[in-house]
Design a protein around this ligand. Structure first.
Ligand code: URP
Ligand code: ZN
Ligand code: ZN
Length: 465
C-alpha cells in the first residue's frame, strides 16, 4: 500500500507571504506533508506541478444559490453554483438563509441546509440572515452564532422587498452579535435616499436599466456605511461590509478603522470590470445588481484598495437570473431582478491581474483564501497549505489564456456578462478535501460530496493575522 494518495510535485506553493517550490502530499482528506522538491515519495497518483502555482482552495463568502427573490429565484442551484465555483478554484462557499415571513432564522438555516446537502460539490457554510426584521428574529442571533453560523447578515435597504432592518433593530442586532462574539454582515445602502431617487426617475419617465444606477447614488452607500459603523462602535461589534462599490464607501471604512472600529470589507468582480455606462446600452438589464455599477474612478479605487489591502476579501455575490427573468421587465428598472453570476469568474477577474503582473500571487492568496478563512471561521482547516489542513487545493496554470465564452463558463442561464473577454490563468486541477473535483480544467465532481461546515468564530485581528 502506498503511503500517500496524491503527490503534487514541484509546484510553486503560494502563501500570503511569498512562494516556494515544494512537493505537497495528500493523504485522505488532508495535506499530509510539504517537502523539498524531488522528494520522490511513494504516492498512488503523482501530479506534475512544475511551471504551475499551487494555491489553497479559494473561499467565496457571498453567494445566493436558488434563492427565492423578485418573484422568481436565482437560477444557479447549489449544484451548478458550487460546480462553477470549483472551476474557478473555489473550494468553499458561504450562502445565506433568507427568512420567509414568519419563519425564524434557525428554521430558515435548517431549510437551506436540507436544500444544499444533496447538491453541493464543495464544502459550504451558511450565514444567519434576518429578512423578517423583528425582535424574535434578533433574539435568535446568539443561538445561530453558537450553532456554527457566526456571521449574521442584515439589509439596510430593500424596504420595498420587506428585507430592510430599521435602525432600532440594527442597533439591537449589533449588540446581540457583539455579545455572541460573531460578526455582522451588512448590505449598506440608505433606503430613504433610494426611494426618493427612484421616485424622481419615475416622475421624469426614466425607467430603463440605467435608471437603476441613477436611483441608487453613491451617497446612499456612503451614508449607510457611516451609520452602521457609528452604531457598531457603541458596542464594539465586528462588521463586514458586503459588496463595497464606491470610493466614498471605502473612505468611510478607513475613517472608522482609524477610530478603532473592527470593520472588514469585500468587493465583487463586476465592480472591478464594468462601470455604469453598460446599463444604458442594449442588454443593460443583464448588469442590474445592487449596489449598482459605478464610475470608472470608483472601479480604480476598488482595485487600489484590493492591491494595498484596505479591501480584505472578494465575494462573488453570485445571484444569477435567466435571460427571460432579466428581460421580462426591462422597461421598468424597479422590476428587474437584481444580481449577476460570479461564482466562477470571481477568482478569474483578479487572478488575471496576477498573471499580468499587476498584483502578487501572495496578495491574491491572502484576499481569496487566507483572509476569508480567518474572517468566516474556516481557519486553520481551510485557507492555507499546511500539514493537517484540509486538502483543498487549486493548481493554476498562469500561462493559459482563455475567452469567457459559454462552453468555458459553467451556468444554466445562457449568458455571461463577461462574454468575449479574455483572461489569463486557470486552475487545471482542483481538490476538495483530497477529492479531485476539476481535472484538466473539466469537472469531475459529485453532487452531495461537499460538506456543511459548522464554522467557528472570527480568527483574525486586523492586519496582524
Ligand atoms: O443585486 C444583488 N446584489 N443581488 C443579491 C442580493 C444582495 O443584495 O446581495
Ligand atoms: Zn446585498
Ligand atoms: Zn448578495
Amino acid at each position: 500500500m502506498t503511503e500517500f494518495d496524491t503527490l503534487i510535485a514541484g509546484a510553486s506553493v503560494v502563501t500570503p507571504h511569498g512562494q516556494h517550490q515544494a512537493d505537497v502530499a495528500i493523504r485522505g482528506e488532508r495535506i499530509a506533508a510539504l517537502l523539498e522538491p524531488g522528494s520522490d515519495l511513494d504516492a498512488a497518483v503523482t501530479v506534475d506541478g512544475r511551471r504551475r502555482l499551487l494555491l489553497p482552495g479559494a473561499i467565496d463568502p457571498h453567494v445566493h444559490f436558488e434563492n427565492p427573490s423578485w418573484g422568481t429565484a436565482t437560477a444557479h442551484d447549489f449544484q451548478i453554483g458550487t460546480e462553477a465555483a470549483a472551476l474557478g478554484g473555489t473550494t468553499a462557499i458561504v450562502d445565506f438563509a433568507f427568512q420567509v415571513p414568519g419563519e425564524s432564522p434557525m428554521e430558515a438555516l435548517g431549510r437551506r441546509r436540507a436544500l444544499a446537502d444533496p447538491k453541493v460539490v464543495v464544502d459550504y457554510g451558511l450565514h444567519g440572515t434576518i429578512t423578517d426584521a423583528n425582535l424574535e428574529s434578533v433574539e435568535e442571533v446568539r443561538t445561530a452564532v453558537e450553532a456554527g453560523y457566526p456571521t449574521i447578515k442584515v439589509f439596510m435597504a430593500y424596504g420595498a422587498a420587506g428585507w430592510m432592518m430599521p435602525d432600532d433593530l440594527l442597533r439591537l442586532t449589533l449588540r446581540q452579535v457583539a455579545e455572541a462574539d460573531g460578526m455582522l454582515m451588512v448590505h449598506a445602502e440608505n433606503d430613504a435616499i433610494i426611494e426618493q431617487a427612484r421616485s424622481a426617475c419615475v416622475e421624469r419617465g426614466d425607467l430603463g436599466p440605467g435608471a437603476h444606477a441613477r436611483s441608487r447614488p453613491a451617497v446612499a452607500e456612503e451614508e449607510a456605511i457611516r451609520r452602521v459603523l457609528t452604531f457598531a462602535a457603541e458596542v464594539d461589534c465586528a462588521v463586514y461590509v458586503v459588496h463595497l462599490s464606491t470610493a466614498a464607501g471605502l473612505a468611510a471604512i478607513e475613517e472608522a478603522r482609524a477610530r478603532g472600529v473592527r470593520v472588514w470589507t469585500e468587493t465583487c468582480p463586476h465592480y472591478l470590470v464594468f462601470d455604469d455606462s453598460v446599463l444604458d446600452e442594449p442588454g443593460g438589464e443583464r448588469y442590474v445588481m445592487s449596489p449598482p455599477l459605478r464610475k470608472p474612478s470608483d472601479r480604480e479605487a476598488l482595485w487600489e484598495g484590493l492591491r494595498d489591502g484596505r479591501i480584505d476579501a472578494l465575494g462573488s455575490d453570485d445571484a444569477a437570473y435567466t435571460l427571460s427573468d432579466k428581460e421580462r421587465d426591462r422597461e421598468d428598472f424597479r422590476e428587474i431582478p437584481n444580481g449577476v453570476p460570479g461564482a466562477q469568474m470571481r477568482t478569474h477577474v483578479v487572478f488575471d491581474a496576477v498573471a499580468r503582473g499587476e498584483m502578487s500571487a501572495s496578495r491574491f492568496v491572502d484576499l481569496a483564501c487566507a483572509m476569508p478563512a480567518k474572517l468566516f471561521g474556516f481557519w486553520p482547516e481551510k485557507g492555507q497549505i499546511a500539514p493537517g489542513a484540509d486538502a483543498d487545493l487549486a493548481l493554476w496554470d498562469p500561462a493559459l489564456v482563455w475567452a469567457a465564452e459559454l462552453p468555458h463558463i459553467h451556468t444554466n442561464i445562457g449568458h455571461t456578462c463577461y462574454e468575449g473577454r479574455s483572461f489569463r490563468g486557470r486552475p487545471v486541477q482542483v481538490w476538495s478535501r483530497g477529492r479531485l473535483v476539476v481535472e484538466d480544467g473539466a469537472l469531475r465532481s459529485r453532487p452531495g460530496a461537499g460538506m456543511f461546515v459548522a464554522r467557528g468564530r472570527l480568527a483574525s485581528n486586523r492586519r496582524s493575522a
